[in-house]
Design a protein around this ligand. Structure first.
Ligand SMILES: [Zn+2]
Length: 374
């Protein structure tokens, strides 16, 4: 196959030019100007852009255990439709991904999918926050990192021990940052919309205090930490300072947190319910600024499907979560690139090479396939 006159955008090499790309046996044979070869299927790339496949380090495919919401196959199809070629699944499946047998089974089933599907391991057994998983064994079985996403851990002793351990193992922990003792209701910001609904909600300080703890632990231990789905301006100030101090703290944001605010709940009710919640316009603007200055390293969707029956319950009963794989690029282009907040190259960087580097994936760039040596 020969693609003619396509705009190649590769954030890893910062290459941005019109090229021809020759593909043989599903591999890139050459990239250059005026490649002309007979007997090839020719695709006219004029006005099109080619970039590395996107990488999402935070999805919930609900498999095993809740396949009526999503499974590895439907999740992979949604990812492919949105331009994603690699995703990392969170561990809050049923049963929880907390041992090498479950991880091995996942890795085997993931090979049958149309994209690269990875999993992380939970950090603690059954995600109960009390006892660490056998970290060496789950990594050996193929888990990429650790997270109890969805269930923040307030046991400082366990979290500190975990950080010391991942430092030794050169792995990382991904943290959902909300102190449950400060949230009266999940999924809605403690603010004006919650007040209208007669609810207290989840205050920003619930996130900020946990971010502060984990940044400090990361700084003290040297562990690598990924702060998930950031939502509050105050959290970003903390992360920015710890990055300056040299802490190995990385940060992801979802498309919904850079696109929407708590106002969306008035219109969409429980469809706009997610943890951490959508917050205020000031928070959204702080997120956009942090995407630009590099405090936020990548975009991750937190793709979290539920059935319509579950989501259609009254607000306080409905589960938290929103999907994102098919709309992430569109939201990025609409709310970041067209608003002149990020260049298209900067947006692509946060969808490709940045997540690849942190999770040590040999992906996220476009290059000629390596020469086969016999
Ligand atoms: Zn989460």
């Amino acid at each position: 196959m020969l693609i003619k006159n396509i705009r190649l955008m590769d954030p890893a090499s910062k290459r941005d030019e019109i090229v021809d790309i020759l593909i043989e046996d599903e591999k890139i044979k050459s990239i250059g100007k005026n490649i002309n070869i007979e007997d090839k299927d020719i695709i006219d790339g004029k006005n099109l852009i080619i970039s590395p496949g996107f990488i999402d380090v935070h999805v919930h495919f609900r498999d095993p255990g809740q396949e009526y919401k999503e499974d590895l196959t439907t999740g992979s199809q949604a990812a492919a439709a949105g331009g994603y070629t690699s995703v990392i699944c969170m561990a809050n499946t049923k049963p929880v991904m907390d041992n090498e047998n479950l991880i091995k089974d996942f890795v085997k089933r993931a090979k049958e999918q149309i994209i690269n599907v990875y999993t992380i391991s939970s950090l603690t057994k059954e995600m109960k926050g009390q006892e660490l998983v056998d970290m060496e064994k789950v990594l050996e079985a193929g888990a990429l990192a650790f997270s109890d996403d969805g269930i923040p851990n307030t046991r400082n002793d366990i979290v500190l021990e975990a950080m010391e351990k991942v430092k030794e193992l050169d792995s990382l922990i991904s943290f959902h940052e909300e102190d449950p003792s400060l949230n009266k209701e999940n999924g809605i910001n403690h603010g004006k919309v919650a007040e209208e609904m007669g609810l207290y909600g989840a205050p920003a300080i619930s996130e900020e205090i946990m971010v502060a703890r984990d940044c400090y632990f990361a700084y003290k231990t040297g562990a690598k930490v990924n702060i998930q789905h950031i939502s509050a301006a105050g959290s970003l100030d903390i992360i920015r300072e710890y990055k300056k101090l040299g802490a190995k703290v990385y940060c992801e944001v979802t498309p919904h947190h850079f696109s929407s605010t708590e106002d969306l709940i008035r219109e969409k009710a429980s469809l706009a319910k997610m943890n951490p919640p959508l917050r205020t316009e000031e928070d959204r603007q702080a997120i956009i600024k942090a995407l630009k200055d590099g405090t936020i390293d990548f975009i991750a969707t937190d793709h979290a499907p539920h059935s319509s029956k579950e989501k259609n319950q009254e607000f306080t009963k409905a589960p938290s979560g929103i999907i994102g794989l098919e709309t992430a690029l569109g939201l990025g282009i609409t709310n970041l690139v067209r608003e002149n907040k990020l260049s298209l190259m900067e947006l692509l960087e946060k969808l490709t090479i940045n997540p690849a580097k942190l999770y040590k994936l040999e992906r996220g760039r476009i290059k000629k396939a390596c020469q086969q040596t016999l």
